[in-house]
Design a binder for this molecule. Sequence first.
Ligand code: NAP
Ligand code: G4F
Length: 361
Amino acid sequence: MNRALITGISGQDGSYLAELLLAKGYEVHGLIRRASTFNTYRIEHIYQDPHDPGARLFLYYGDLANLEQLANIIYNVRPDEVYHLGAQSHVKVSFEMPEYTGDITGLGTARILEAIRRSGVRTRFYQASSSEMFGDAPAPQNERTSLQPRSPYAAAKVYAHWITVTYRESYGIFASSGILFNHESPRRGETFVTRKITRAVAAVLAGRQNRLFLGNLDAKRDWGYAPEYVEAIWKILQQDRADDFVIGTGETHSVRDFLEEAFAYVGLDWREYVTADPRYFRPLDIPVLRADASKANHEFGWEPRVSFGELVRIMVDHDVARLGLEPPGEGRKVLEEKRFGWHRWNAQTPAALESNLEAVW
Ligand code: NAP
Ligand code: G4F
């Protein structure tokens, strides 16, 4: 039985990856942070009592700020694969907390790699690199594009990316990076723009909200469907040699396009609800991200199956259903028809356990 350790298992990608690996027969170990409130709602539906002799999911308290603790976990678990997804992942927040972001998102990777090296455990390592690292570099961006970070988050990810390459080349560790473009889902954090919009669409329909405050509507992003991206993450660690891969759809859309698609899907006009708010603009933003994922396609046949319009419908359907209303249903149909196997509509985040906090970023 393969054994994997996932940092960031309570996040969007970590929760999908844990589901995928359990479906593949892995034993899955995950790092979670101690909090005074529940922060494990995304993995509640796959939780297993560790006393159960058949249990294959185990959770450990830990923090990316603490090398000794990470080294102990890696030494004791002795994973075959480490998926390092944990990070302070919000770009706007990184402008408010640059030092913390550098510590967790940047140095956190160095700590895990050093824990692997010191423990002497032979394991494959995955680094969650980001298209945000490309910054101003012209689109489409691929593995050879120069890195021109434009946020403290991006600068931290560039450090993490290069320290991964350094450990691969210095110590022969099988260390690979996935340079992933934006990927979204009903499990996306509520303060990222796509989820903020789809939650607002649902709240407007339910009569709970009549204003949506947003920042830069001109920014263009390459948005894909998160479960397909965790399939790519797994494939990256199954290659014969460690390497770096860009993952994205190759299409780009503006925040305005996303608004148009999401509100029109339920028969609303976004212009009647959206107001610009300076607090959501960043000191610097990236104008356009668009992936050239031809290397991943060539090396292991990865290609996205869910289109931009389908992604929007999946997310709106989920958020509408979450408020107890009947969704239009096209998104649900997409998931039923495309048959991911390991991931079905009814395995979405349990609505009742979701955070009720309003988006603040
Ligand atoms: P996410 O939902 O924000 O999840 C981040 C995870 O990291 C959460 O489980 C979080 O725990 C954990 N974490 C944060 N600080 C930590 C700390 N100090 N110690 C231990 N764990 C900590 O992010 P995601 O969207 O799943 O993304 C996964 C990774 O891919 C991140 O590294 C992100 O930067 C990167 N990435 C994401 C995208 C994207 O579009 N989603 C694109 C490119 C790269 P809590 O639940 O307790 O907060
Ligand atoms: O949804 P966002 O916050 O995602 P962003 O900044 O692109 O970062 C995400 O993708 C990266 C990959 O490229 C990841 F590495 C990172 O961890 C994260 O997952 O913002 C998208 C765009 C930005 O241009 C932002 O300025 O939407 C614009 N935007 C406009 N109004 C807003 C808002 N973003 C947020 N979060 N909130 C707004 O009200």
